[in-house]
Write a protein of this length. Structure first.
Length: 155
């Protein structure tokens, strides 16, 4: 089943930017654009090294029950400029209806300008399974047991 996401424009958003879109036939993520307020459209937002900012997308979304939308960084921005999403992947739950914003962080060494219409992140639609949680007096044994970080080796 292919889920359908319904989008609504936030008041004042630039609708000419369009909805998220898959840039290639095999893309798992659809690109999400910065939809800046009218006061910032010309100059954009400058992110200093180490700074983070919530960037508006101009959209609200209805996600079908049983699915989530994950917000992920764009690899080109990360490699070339150190632009990443500090809470990656961010999750948008199916019952959220507020404006979509993307927390963008500059992990690079130079200031970076987020411009109006820039592809700043990608969205991946994924199924959700909700588990039951229960208390147990003991857990089943495994070969690994309680061995933690790095315990499976380095090669």
């Amino acid at each position: 089943m292919t889920p359908t996401l319904q989008f609504q424009w936030v008041e004042g958003a630039d609708r000419a930017l369009g909805l998220p879109s898959y840039e290639t036939g095999g893309a798992a993520g659809a690109d999400l654009r910065a939809n800046l307020g009218t006061e910032a459209r010309e100059a954009g937002h400058v992110l200093a090294p180490g700074a983070r900012l919530l960037i508006p997308t101009g959209l609200r979304v209805a996600i079908p029950s049983g699915f989530e939308v994950q917000i992920r960084p764009r690899s080109g921005l990360a490699l070339k400029h150190g632009i990443t999403l500090p809470n990656s992947p961010g999750t948008i739950d199916s019952d959220y209806r507020g404006p979509l914003g993307v927390i963008v962080m500059n992990a690079g060494q130079d200031p970076f300008t987020i411009t109006h219409g820039m592809r700043i992140a990608q969205i991946v639609v994924a199924p959700v399974v909700q588990a039951r949680f229960e208390s147990a007096d003991a857990l089943p044994e495994t070969a690994r047991g309680a061995s933690g970080f790095g315990s499976t080796g380095t090669h």
